[in-house]
Design a protein around this ligand. Structure first.
Ligand SMILES: N[C@@H](CCC(=O)N[C@@H](CS)C(=O)NCC(=O)O)C(=O)O
Length: 203
């Protein structure tokens, strides 16, 4: 077994959370190294690309959250063995990464520019990606994204939808998911009610 350390912010979301959830669900032993936002400048200096999350595997610090998700997903039995199903799993995870990048580009803008950029995101890419993600779910039967079972793609979507619903992004209405892609809220509830996940968030 590998010696694993996941380094990420101390909050229940973002790019590091799906890997934490996958390892927790599967009972994989890892060091969950969480740090406060105030320490980010110091921590990122100790990473290869000045970014988090990173997964340190037997002493080697690895970057890129979807690569990490695939790796832990395979160990956790949460990544498809079939190549085509794996492609569909990757498509969902990379789609969410693409729209996350667009949201991140609006951080640090002046108040007025941020309002305009976020409104454009809501009308454009966020609506487009939410609809697309919901279509993918529906075409797979509506419960899970791949193989009618929980995979790392479900965990990535779960974290994204929880984040959009939290209202933490100014000018992105909390009701956006409910208005545009309500089946993704049903999916989010389904994942949240999985006993290991419910237990993880209650502890
Ligand atoms: N392509 C990277 C992106 C990682 C990334 O940008 N992470 C953010 C935090 S969620 C970060 O560390 N940003 C650097 C900064 O804000 O200085 C990945 O897939 O992990």
């Amino acid at each position: 077994m590998y010696k694993l350390t996941l380094t990420y912010f101390d909050f229940p979301g973002g790019r590091g959370e799906p890997a934490r959830l996958a390892m927790t669900l599967a009972g994989i032993e890892f060091e969950d190294f969480r740090f406060p936002f105030a320490d980010f400048n110091k921590i990122k200096e100790q990473t290869p690309l000045k970014q988090v999350p990173t997964l340190t595997v037997d002493g080697r610090q690895v970057t890129q959250n979807n690569a990490i998700n695939r790796f832990v997903g395979k160990m956790a039995g949460l990544y498809p063995e079939n190549d085509y199903q794996a492609l569909l799993c990757d498509e969902i995870m990379d789609g969410i990464e693409a729209v996350t990048d667009k949201i991140v580009q609006t951080f640090g803008l002046s108040a007025e520019k941020q309002k305009l950029a976020r409104e454009a995101l809501v009308d454009g890419p966020l609506t487009q990606y939410l609809k697309w993600t919901q279509e993918r779910l529906v075409e797979q039967g509506g419960e899970y994204f791949i193989e009618s079972r929980m995979t790392i793609a479900d965990l990535k979507v779960f974290v994204w939808i929880r984040s959009l619903n939290s209202g933490h992004l100014d000018h992105v209405p909390r009701t956006l998911v409910a208005d545009i892609a309500p089946k993704l809220n049903e999916h989010m509830q389904r994942v949240a009610q999985t006993s290991a996940i419910a237990e993880y968030y209650s502890s």
